[in-house]
Design a protein around this ligand. Structure first.
Ligand SMILES: [Ca+2]
Ligand SMILES: [Ca+2]
Ligand SMILES: [Ca+2]
Ligand SMILES: [Ca+2]
Length: 551
């Protein structure tokens, strides 16, 4: 029986057992200046027949009564009904009080009881999991190895990540994960020798998406170095796997990486896949609020930060069994040396993954770009006053938008939601563009979409033109930000290839309220229409595009 079913049962019993108010509601009454509290209390007792409590020092009394009976007593200045202040939910699991990161990210502050969230499938692409761990086993929906053998975790990394997300709360055991509705899809991609091939990672992403993953946690990565292509590990296969996830409505979260795997510390670029469009890149924060030296910096791809030191979580029991004198078997206080205590961006990312799962558990209809915007724009700005002395106000390369604030992201669901973009992924020309087909007889097509400087800079649409056919395009952004419109030849493979900018036929760049572009085709083919946001904006930018073909 899951905790969800038990919670429902308890709720029904509690509702039946509540007594009705016998003598009117609990009231507070304030006293006139100069009124004698004891004298007023006695008068109210006579008028209501109920015992009165004098609230010493507050110049007020409290009584169970009807407001009118109290209000007409001489010496009473005001009357109000008692209202309830509720405590935020605090997990009762024995090690929960030592999960400092739960409070830092306000993981449970949106709720006063354990929330009955819709189940959300969350993929952990990692070193596997301790399959029979008592705090994890009930949460595993499926597990598979992409490197041969069993998905059993023999290292510990994946079991730590999984516990942060989904350790069973309120089971009198160990810790409480941050996503009470998460169902784990465990994909093991770390080979016995410790290596991770992009092929295994891409196959794992595909597998998880096909099994309904709405969030993917990728706490692994490869070096990015735009200044030295020989050591830059960009992979088109990896980017296509991420695009497959986005196309199927999944949110992808990745660690920005640790500088101990980089040529220098600190390292100024986020790893792949954090440095790909649509991926939330997560950096680490110290308990002091500082940005640790090991956490990679990045001016564009570091989106948000979360605690990345002293992270208490689950650990494979077979490994903690090597330290039998340690009492917290199955948890990181008894982990192997490399993970005692766990630290790194690997363990910051799963907190953001849990936030995404919580948002989807409350509102399953959210699209990935909405989840991304809700998490990033509701982060708690990191500055010198929060302990990050190098962090400027607003987005910075150390922490992105700042520290994860799960309660704020969930609270923002009550406000107008960030714009949707149903045409994603569409981030480059060639096969990555979104093909716009025109209904039979229709001259025009209209698109409503959105763009974001950090997570989705380019939207590329393909439009088929016959020779001599005329194309008219207009673009209206919701605010007059720096959105440009460009048209590219059919043979274009990448709009970001600086060596092939000759393939661009038209550019509208007025920085105004409406961009326009016109073209008469010189050959048949699928032309590429690019919408690009060229400067940072606080919010994602919604836009309308109208595409008209004549003749
Ligand atoms: Ca637990
Ligand atoms: Ca990003
Ligand atoms: Ca877009
Ligand atoms: Ca795009």
């Amino acid at each position: 029986m899951s905790w969800r079913a038990r919670l429902g049962l308890l709720g029904a019993v509690a509702a039946l057992a509540l007594p009705g108010p016998a003598f009117g509601a609990r009231l507070h009454a304030g006293l006139d200046p100069g009124a004698d509290p004891k004298g007023v209390a006695a008068a109210v007792e006579r008028a209501t027949g109920q015992p009165v409590t004098v609230l010493d020092g507050l110049r007020a009394i409290a009584v169970d009564a009807r407001p009118a009976e109290v209000r007409r007593t001489p010496g009473v200045a005001w009357v109000e009904q008692d209202v309830v202040r509720r405590l935020a939910f605090t997990p009762s699991d024995p090690l929960a009080a030592r999960q400092w990161y739960t409070a830092a990210t306000r993981a449970y502050d949106a709720w006063d009881t354990l929330p009955p969230l819709a189940p959300v499938r969350v993929a952990v692409i990692d070193s596997g999991i301790d399959l029979s761990h008592p705090d994890l086993a009930p949460r595993i929906a499926a597990a598979r190895s992409f490197v041969g053998g069993s998905p059993q975790d023999t290292r510990g990394h994946g079991t730590i990540v999984a516990g942060i997300i989904a350790a069973e709360p309120e089971n009198s055991t160990g810790i409480a994960g941050l996503a009470p509705g998460a169902e784990l899809l465990v994909a093991k991609v770390v080979a016995d020798n410790g290596t991770i091939s992009v092929e295994a990672e891409a196959r794992a992403i595909h597998w998880a998406v096909d099994r309904g993953a709405r969030v993917l946690n990728i706490s692994l990565g490869g070096l990015r170095d735009p200044s030295d292509p020989s050591r830059d590990t960009y992979s088109r296969l990896e980017q296509q796997a991420i695009a497959y996830a986005v196309r199927h409505g999944a949110v992808v979260v990745a660690a920005v990486g640790n500088a101990d795997q980089a040529p220098r510390t600190p390292w100024r670029f986020a790893s792949y896949p954090a440095a790909l469009p649509h991926v939330i890149g997560v950096s680490a924060l110290a308990r002091s609020g500082a940005s640790p030296e090991f956490s990679n910096r990045d001016a564009v791809y570091n989106d948000v930060a979360a605690p990345g030191e002293e992270i208490l979580s689950t650990f494979p029991r077979k490994l903690t069994g090597d330290r039998l004198e340690c009492s917290e078997q199955g948890y990181t206080p008894c982990a192997t040396d490399a993970f005692r205590p766990p630290e790194g961006t690997s363990f910051a990312a799963p907190q953001v993954t849990a936030a995404a799962a919580d948002l989807l558990g409350v509102r399953p209809s959210l699209r990935p770009e909405q989840v991304i915007a809700l998490i990033e724009r509701n982060a708690d700005d990191a500055t010198s006053s929060s302990g990050c002395h190098r962090c400027d106000a607003g987005r910075d390369r150390f922490t992105g938008w700042g520290e994860l604030d799960i309660a704020a992201a969930i609270g923002a669901l009550d406000q107008p939601l960030p714009p949707r973009d149903a045409y994603e992924p569409n981030d480059d020309a060639g096969g990555d563009a979104y093909r716009l087909y025109f209904p039979a007889g229709a001259k025009a097509r209209f698109v409503r979409a959105s763009t974001d400087f950090w997570d989705d800079q380019d939207d590329v649409y393909s439009v088929h033109l016959r020779r001599e056919q005329k194309l008219f395009v207009s673009l209206v952004p919701a605010d007059s930000s720096n959105v440009v419109l460009a048209l590219w030849r059919p043979s274009t493979v990448s709009v970001t290839d600086l060596a092939r900018q000759d393939l661009r036929i038209r550019l509208s760049n007025r920085h105004g309220r409406r961009e326009r572009l016109a073209y008469t085709a010189v050959q048949d083919g699928w032309y590429h229409l690019q919408v690009r946001l060229t400067a940072p904006t606080y919010d994602p930018v919604a836009y309308r595009l109208s595409i008209v073909r004549v003749r």
